[in-house]
Design a protein around this ligand. Structure first.
Ligand SMILES: [Zn+2]
Length: 319
């Protein structure tokens, strides 16, 4: 659709629309090349033993240009060990729990996901590749459609019944067509083949993190889904916010009692969009109220009980 300019919209004809639609639909089956601009140092096989980390020179490259062996004989894309400190022991990244405490890995993962999102597609870190002999790796895959369609094993559940009412519950949770049935939710259509985009990040203890390029590793083509038309209007997942940004959101909400102010503040400061719900969720999480099932009425009652200035009488229990 990019080839339609504002001037064309006055004189747009049906043939042009049809051609644009055909081109876009064709591009879905052909796939499109992803892009992840990032500061890296490209190492060839011979350089790996000869160049030590202090001598690495970093510049911005597109990681996707190097995947699938496209820039052979490049064999590693090294990330700056000062910005993204590698683990200091083998155990520091041996499992998911310990790797979540490794600041270098957390910052690198966030920066890679953010760069990919701003360039047209989200990616996720999908654990380590268990087939590989060394599990000292983390695989990044397409965040839109990385998992193929799986048939439902239970034939009776294959045709799903959905709720037909917005009333979610009654006391015994058995309202006909109520909560007992599945809620109809908006999810990505995963009925087509999955997207094969992926690359692998490895590390050497006390040395650096790097993208593995040997054996034509990785795939830079997204298939069976489209690119984001405009990344400016894509809400940012909360996992990609830095701890400073979360702190800012919490402080603004505390100062103004308004989640909208926090959303506007983050948008004007960083250009990232977060929704009101995400702002409220982050504040609850930060204040450790995340597990609480309390609603507004319970909060009001608690405040009334705490307050010495307000006298009140409860006429009945709130259901
Ligand atoms: Zn994809």
């Amino acid at each position: 659709m990019n080839s339609i300019t504002p001037e064309d919209t006055l004189s747009v004809d049906l043939d042009l629309i049809q051609r644009e639609l055909d081109d876009n639909i064709r591009s879905l089956s052909e796939g499109w090349k992803g892009s992840i601009p990032f500061e890296c140092c490209v190492l060839h096989e011979d350089d790996i033993a000869n160049i030590s980390p202090p001598n690495l020179i970093f510049s911005e490259i597109d990681i996707c240009e190097y995947l699938s062996g496209n820039k052979y004989p490049a064999s590693r894309l090294v990330f700056c060990p000062k910005t993204y400190p590698p683990p200091s022991t083998v155990d520091a990244m041996s499992n998911k729990i310990s790797s979540e405490k490794c600041p270098g890995w957390i910052n690198l993962r966030r920066a890679l996901c953010l760069s990919a999102l701003k360039s047209g597609c989200s990616i996720i870190s999908n654990g380590s590749n268990g087939v590989s002999r060394d599990s000292a790796n983390r695989v990044f895959r397409c965040g839109i459609n990385h998992r193929g369609n799986r048939d439902d094993d239970n034939p009776t559940m294959a045709i799903k019944q959905y709720r037909t009412t917005s009333l979610i519950n009654d006391r015994s949770n058995n309202r006909e067509n109520g909560k007992v049935l599945n809620k109809r939710i908006k999810v990505t259509d995963k009925s087509g083949p999955s997207c094969k985009f992926q690359f692998t990040v490895k590390w050497i203890v006390n040395t650096y993190f790097f993208v593995e390029l040997r054996l034509r590793s990785g795939c830079c083509i997204h298939t069976s889904h489209s690119r984001f038309l405009s990344t400016d209007s894509i809400p940012l997942p909360t996992r990609l916010l830095t701890s400073d940004e979360v702190e800012n959101i919490v402080h603004v909400v505390n100062a103004t009692s308004n989640h909208g102010s926090a959303r506007n503040f983050i948008h004007s400061k960083t250009g990232n969009i977060i929704s009101l719900m995400k702002s409220a969720y982050l504040c609850r999480k930060h204040n450790s109220d995340d597990q609480s099932a309390k609603d507004d009425i319970l909060f009001m009652m608690e405040n009334l009980v705490k307050s010495k200035d307000i006298s009140f009488v409860s006429l009945s229990d709130v259901p």
